[in-house]
Every structure is written in C-alpha cells, then in structure tokens.
Design a protein around this ligand. Structure first.
Ligand code: GSH
Length: 230
C-alpha cells in the first residue's frame, strides 16, 4: 500500500498543506506536489475534495484523503515504519488530538481576525489580545506535552509540532503586514524557543518559504478577506 503513487494537491502558501509536506519529509517519502491556486480552483481539487473544496488533498494511488489532520494520521499509519508522528501511548495521542483541534479552532481564527482587521485599530487590538490568550494556553500545553524537551512530541517533531508549526509561516506574514508579533519571548518564552527549533528542523526547511515570497499572495488574499461579502 505504501508503494503506490503519492500526490499532494497543495500550495507553498498554505499552512494546512505544509503539514502534509512536513509529514512526508519526516517519513522520507517522495511525493508530487500539484500546486493549486485557491483563488481559481482546479477541476482536480473540486473532484477530489467535493465537500470542502480545500487544500490539502493527498491522492494515494487513485484515492483522495482530505483534511490536513486526518492526512497526518493516515501518513503515520500507512508509512508506520518511518519515524512516528503521533504519540504511541493512546492517552498521549488523545491529548495531542485535543490540542490540534484547539489550534485549528482558536489559533487559526484569531490569525484571520488580525488580518481582516486591517487598519481598524480597535478590532486589531482585540484580535491580538485573543491571540495572546490562546498562545498562553498553548504555552501551558507545551510545558505538559514536551516534559522539558524541545518539541511537543519530545526530542523530535510530532503531530502537535506540525499542527502549530505550520502556522509560523503566517505568523511571520502577520508580523510584516500588520506589525504584530504573536509569539514573543516575554509572553510565551517556551513557544518562542520551540518556534526557533521547529523552523530550523530539516523536515521543515524546504516547506516554509521565505516571508517575502508569501507577501505578494498574502496581499491579494487579505484584500479578498476584507472585501464586504455579499
Ligand atoms: N480544515 C482544513 C482547512 C484547509 C484550508 O482552509 N485550506 C485553505 C488553504 S490554507 C483552502 O483551501 N481555502 C480555500 C477556500 O477556503 O475556499 C484542513 O485542515 O485541511
């Protein structure tokens, strides 16, 4: 099963797609990246993820698998002989899934809110305050999960590191576009250190592009986000 063709419909600007690519790097599995323009979706994406129409989609053989966290678990199970991504202990695994859901529910939403706020200083300050609260909670989760080691997953990058670390890309974009630092030393010192370790890891290096490369896309994306709907 692990020997079938592996393709990822993704994009180098997508934090969710980055998760899939980091997982394949950890497992040392080659894949073909089919670069998707989410502002003009391809038929392949619409056919492969007809429910959400979002990236990433992993196409393994002929079969599509959607949702980045589901994909991470799938990769871990199919290529089980490579370095593990999820914790082996069922309780630790459940805790990791809990925090990954929290990250997607809370941290993603506050980043979108900051970008959306634009020059509305009051809205931006409220979104930044919310982001800080979320990160303080995650700092505590990091302390408990990492047990004094470098990563949520221990000595090497695991499921939660990938779930949160994939957003570092946009954390940097937010810093450049909105002048807001989200992960900084005085509020969340452990996450600050963790972010340095994560970004320096070999499995991550070619996945998170330079911030400048992202800015052009980010400007178009944010303009769309700020446009009143409907
Ligand atoms: N919950 C999804 C979120 C995926 C997601 O939001 N992908 C974005 C790109 S970063 C997308 O495809 N957006 C297109 C759209 O919302 O129409 C996952 O974890 O895979």
């Amino acid at each position: 099963m692990g020997s079938e063709e592996v393709k990822v419909i993704g994009s180098c600007v997508s934090p969710f797609a980055a998760r899939t690519m980091i997982a394949f790097n950890i497992k040392c599995i080659e894949y073909e990246l089919i670069e998707e323009n989410i502002l003009n979706k391809s038929d392949l994406l619409l056919k492969s993820n007809p429910i959400y129409k979002k990236i990433p989609v992993l196409i393994h053989g002929q079969r599509p698998i959607c949702e980045s966290l589901v994909i991470l678990q799938y990769i871990d199970e199919v290529w089980a002989s490579g370095p593990p991504i999820l914790p082996s202990d069922p309780y630790d695994r459940a805790i990791a899934r809990f925090w990954a859901a929290y990250i997607d529910d809370k941290f993603f939403a506050v980043q979108v809110a900051i970008l959306k706020a634009g020059g509305e200083e009051g809205q931006k300050a409220a979104a930044v305050e919310k982001a800080t609260q979320v990160l303080v909670v995650l700092e505590d989760a990091f302390t408990k999960c990492s047990k004094g080691r470098k990563f949520f997953g221990g000595d090497r990058i695991g499921y939660l590191d990938i779930a949160l670390g994939s957003f570092l890309l946009w954390v940097r974009v937010i810093h450049k576009m909105c002048g807001v630092s989200l992960i900084y030393e005085c509020k969340t010192p452990k996450l600050f250190q963790w972010a340095q370790h994560f970004s320096a890891d070999a499995a991550v290096q070619d996945v998170l592009p330079e911030t400048d490369k992202l800015l052009e896309f980010a400007q178009v994306f944010v303009a769309k986000l700020r446009k009143p709907s409907g």
